[in-house]
Design a protein. Structure first.
Length: 350
């Protein structure tokens, strides 16, 4: 009898030691792994206007059926694998239909705990077979078994010729997420030439739950300084993604309690140098609160997804896609940009 109890006890003890070791390695590993892919066919030359889509896809796990614990909900991950697949199919459909020149994506993820084992990254790449891909992890675990692992981050996809993508680190939050994982914040920078003009495109995803938006402000300063350096070098610059700051005043109807807005802060436009613009479509909300599943007119919605562009960029158009938050808690924004020699026209800046 003692022998039968002894073996399971050892196994449980070894498992605890292994997970403790994996947790220690995860917390102390400061590296940011990247994954790249090129299409089988040659990319086409870039031309203006450049069409750029920015979309936080919420790892295909934050569709209309979901809430999220960090936002005041009850769920740590999606309700089922079937729902993740449904969301992924919807995201793929939008990507195939729109086919922008550039996709700046946030909260892209490989198979693991948050995606219930669904390879969301692979599914997005499958929908964009003629695009180059650059994926980098801001959240990842080390040594954890597959069902418990995390591989989560930014993705930049291009159907046009480019000079490659690289990462630049930005300030991190002082504390680990739930005491388990450190988010290695960074941006992705892609350089390309369109009709003879050099461009720098920066994919950004700032912190969301930092106390008083202190980390967000440090990150914003770093990102804007980086953008300014490319502009000073003669490039047209577009910084796009999920700013986790309200980019413009909005008044979409809602009835939910205001407590769900605890993380929302306004984008400080006075931090922008003269001539820089914010490109956002305020006719369509780009994000909803996640304290409960989505119900139109109930959840608070606003705009935190869009671009900041340099003075030598003209905003031709900014279009938010109203998908009813069916597949993600964010909605994509598609922007068309053109180089302008001199000060930018008002365009679609808000």
């Amino acid at each position: 009898m003692m022998r039968k109890l002894y073996i399971p006890t050892i196994a449980i003890g070894l498992a605890i030691v292994y997970l403790a070791l994996a947790g220690c390695v995860t917390l102390t590993d400061k590296s940011i792994p990247v994954q790249q892919a090129t299409p089988a066919i040659a990319l086409k030359p870039a031309s203006e206007p450049l069409t750029i889509m920015t979309w936080n896809i919420g790892y295909s796990g934050l569709g209309k059926e979901s809430d999220f614990k960090a936002d005041g909900g009850s769920m740590l991950r999606p309700p089922s694998k079937a729902i993740v697949r449904k969301n992924l199919e919807g995201i793929q459909g939008v990507l195939r239909e729109r086919q922008p020149d550039v996709v700046l994506m946030q909260e892209l993820a490989g198979p693991g705990f948050l995606t219930r084992g669904v390879n969301v990254l692979g599914g997005v790449k499958q929908a964009l077979p003629d695009y180059s891909m650059f994926f980098s992890s801001d959240i990842r675990t080390r040594l954890f078994p597959g069902p418990l692992s995390l591989k989560h981050g930014l993705g930049t996809f291009l159907s046009v010729e480019n000079d490659g993508t690289h990462i630049e680190r930005i300030p991190e939050e002082p504390e680990a997420m739930m005491g388990l994982v450190r988010r290695r914040y960074h941006v992705q920078v892609t350089e390309l030439t369109a009709d003879g003009q050099d461009w720098a495109l920066i994919n950004v995803h700032l912190s969301a739950f930092d106390e008083g938006a202190n980390t967000r402000m440090e990150q914003l300063t770093a990102v804007l300084n980086l953008a300014q350096s490319y502009y000073a070098a003669g490039k047209a610059v577009a910084v796009g993604g999920d700013w986790n700051m309200r980019l413009a005043p909005t008044d979409y109807a809602y009835t939910a309690d205001d407590s769900a807005q605890f993380w929302i802060h306004d984008f400080p436009r006075d931090e922008l140098d003269e001539g820089w613009q914010v490109a956002v479509d305020t006719s369509v909300p780009s994000v909803r609160t996640n304290e409960q599943p989505y119900t139109p007119g109930v959840n608070y919605t606003t705009n935190i997804d869009g671009l900041v562009v340099s003075p030598n960029v003209e905003i031709v158009s900014a279009e938010g896609l109203d998908l009813g938050f069916e597949y993600t808690d964010h909605q994509p924004v598609i922007l068309k940009l053109r180089y302008r020699d001199g000060a930018a026209a008002p365009g679609s800046a808000q």
